[in-house]
Ligand binder design. Sequence first.
Ligand SMILES: Cc1cc2nc3c(=O)[nH]c(=O)nc-3n(C[C@H](O)[C@H](O)[C@H](O)COP(=O)(O)OP(=O)(O)OC[C@H]3O[C@@H](n4cnc5c(N)ncnc54)[C@H](O)[C@@H]3O)c2cc1C
Length: 235
Amino acid sequence: MAQRLKQCRAEVAAIRWPRPDVIEVDLRMVEPDELAFEAGQWISVPFGPKTVRAWSMLSSPARRRVLTLAVDVAPSGMGSQWLRGLTVGDPVEFKGPTGGFVFNRADPRRAVFFAQEIGIVPVRSILADLYETGFGRPASLIYWVRDPSWLLYDAEFRSLARRYPSFTYLPAVREAQAGWRGDTGEPDAVVDRLVHSVDRLVVYACGGSDAINAVRDTLVKKGMDRKSVKWEKFW
Ligand SMILES: Cc1cc2nc3c(=O)[nH]c(=O)nc-3n(C[C@H](O)[C@H](O)[C@H](O)COP(=O)(O)OP(=O)(O)OC[C@H]3O[C@@H](n4cnc5c(N)ncnc54)[C@H](O)[C@@H]3O)c2cc1C
């Protein structure tokens, strides 16, 4: 069930750069001292009376005292600039958690997750939560990126697929490169090839609107009901 939005205070506990344009920020909760949330939800950081930026939790909801965000700062707007300027110990105010891009465990359908680049953030939280809590049903992740250097958390997803035979990891890139063994092409073409049947399927898609719309249209052409594609549009 969605939590009520809270006014929260935290402080920056650590900063990492998993690639040059993606920042990971650990936020240690101050008030309240822990935050209950559902995997897939986001927080809202204010930048003026009517201006906010939304960022999803990367970390699993089991970690309530320290949240991790992961943000692509290439857009270089006010949110990106603020994140680039953060240092350890800085105070951060935000509201949260909120958002309905959460996995429905009561849904018996097979789940396919589709993430475009930084859209992996809430999906990573959902998958961590599912497998930490003993989810045994078939699920797959189609992780589309422009090139292999963008495959954040790749080792983690490969490890998950080795440990849980019911989980299939399907990384895909726009253009094939030497040694690449995954799928290749634009997001909708990749989904068209990798999703063979839409029978008893639910899809959770996160990334940019163009990719999500194209993926959904492809699935609808295969006979899927539009409402069976749950989405979170980051841009
Ligand atoms: C519910 C929700 C959750 C989100 N969670 C995350 C998250 O976990 N990580 C994250 O990196 N972003 C996330 N975003 C996007 C985020 O809110 C900001 O838009 C992003 O961080 C850029 O902020 P900015 O102020 O630098 O640029 P903005 O002024 O917000 O954006 C400038 C332009 O770039 C576009 N844009 C934003 N992000 C991207 C992108 N990655 N690639 C291409 N174009 C983009 C915007 O639509 C806009 O046209 C989320 C958005 C929503 C609605």
